[in-house]
Design a protein around this ligand. Structure first.
Ligand SMILES: NC(=O)c1ccc[n+]([C@@H]2O[C@H](COP(=O)([O-])OP(=O)(O)OC[C@H]3O[C@@H](n4cnc5c(N)ncnc54)[C@H](OP(=O)(O)O)[C@@H]3O)[C@@H](O)[C@H]2O)c1
Length: 322
């Protein structure tokens, strides 16, 4: 598991994206900094008609928009839309607004949080709310528009829903999986394993997405999961010290190189459906052995049962968008 990570970090260069996004409308969450910003810059350069920077801080979003316009020479393409994944009302508002778009060709669900501080948002531990519940909720809300775009604009190419995950999904023991109520176990502050929470959130969202792919009623939309590898960004903002600095210096990709993996996911075809995309290439071997095991499948179904209940409480009927 660490061998593959080290090999990718040290020896693989992600190809510079070149696939055209001409005429396309693309949403990128968390596009004000880091991998999301650089992916938005690439997609704008590659000719997209509309790039929606979905951000929780509008001022930071506008700065990102100006930076993209200055570097690409393309103005009038990027729009800044408010989205706070720690608030279901904000996710629902965003979904309603996106439903008015004439078309939606690709969504990159990139925004996520890594923290060791226990806090709640919408009644759940915040990392689970942001990285799992709201991420899946947003994907479900956008599916009808993606599907409609297939019918109207894409007889040949399918719209894509890409979610940024991470190889660290394989690096958590995830003992909460043995609980009768997994989300309640994750919310239990007294026993919360916050040092493992970020990798656990990525594992839980991968399992949920695999079940979504399994239950999808048709093949109108491509859903893939992107691993950008270890990259320079703001993600480790809470972690200071010489250790992380040295680790980054030795191994991390530049933010721009990491963002190429997001663009590859957003441009990918049906071969990537349900797949893990490492270094821009669809490869299900990138899922951990647990994810691919029979035990993993049982936990996947359990997680989906509980998550569906949560999602249906937020927005009745939303899981039928599958
Ligand atoms: N960097 C890596 O080594 C690495 C490796 C594997 C996977 N990833 C994944 O790559 C993706 C991008 O991360 P990054 O490295 O670019 O980190 P980053 O620089 O910290 O960017 C994260 C983005 O998510 C946004 N975000 C956080 N909480 C949010 C919320 N409640 N609502 C809406 N947006 C929110 C942030 O907004 P603010 O600026 O307002 O906080 C920011 O735009 C994440 O999914 C991460 O898990 C990163």
């Amino acid at each position: 598991m660490y061998g593959r990570f080290l090999y990718n970090q040290l020896f693989v260069t992600v190809p510079v994206p070149s696939t055209s996004f001409a005429d396309q409308t693309v949403i990128i969450t968390g596009a004000n900094v880091g991998l999301g910003l650089e992916a938005a810059r690439h997609i704008t350069s590659l000719g997209a008609a509309k790039v929606i920077l979905a951000v929780r801080n509008l001022a930071a979003g506008r700065e990102a928009q100006q930076s993209i316009e200055a570097s690409t020479g393309r103005s009038g393409v990027c729009e800044v839309w408010e989205l706070d994944l720690a608030s279901y009302a904000s996710v629902l508002d965003f979904g309603r607004r996106a439903a008015e778009l004439p078309r939606l060709d690709a969504v990159v669900e990139n925004a996520a949080l890594a923290t060791q501080k226990y806090e709640r948002a919408e009644g759940h531990e915040r990392t689970i709310t942001v990285n799992v519940i709201s991420t899946v909720l947003l994907g479900l809300l956008l599916l009808p528009k993606l599907r409609e775009t297939t019918q109207k604009h894409h007889p040949g190419q399918k719209p894509r829903l890409s979610v940024v995950v991470s190889e660290v999904h394989a690096w958590t023991p995830f003992p909460e999986q043995r609980s009768d109520r997994i989300f309640e176990a994750l919310d239990d502050e007294a026993h919360a394993r916050m040092h493992e929470r970020y990798p656990t959130s990525k594992l839980v969202v991968i399992l949920a997405l695999r079940e979504m792919v399994r239950q999808l009623r048709d093949d109108a939309v491509v859903i893939n999961m992107i691993n950008p590898g270890f990259c320079h960004s703001q993600l480790t903002r809470e972690v200071s010290g010489i250790g992380i600095k040295a680790f980054k210096m030795a191994l991390a990709r530049s933010t721009e190189e990491g963002s190429r993996t997001l663009v590859a996911g957003a441009a990918a075809g049906p071969e990537s459906h349900g797949q893990y995309m490492d270094c821009g290439v669809a490869d299900s071997a990138g899922f951990s052995s647990f994810v691919r095991s029979d035990d993993g499948k049982k936990v996947q179904e359990h997680i989906w049962r509980e998550l569906s209940e949560i999602l249906e409480e937020i927005q009745p009927g939303v899981t039928s968008n599958l």
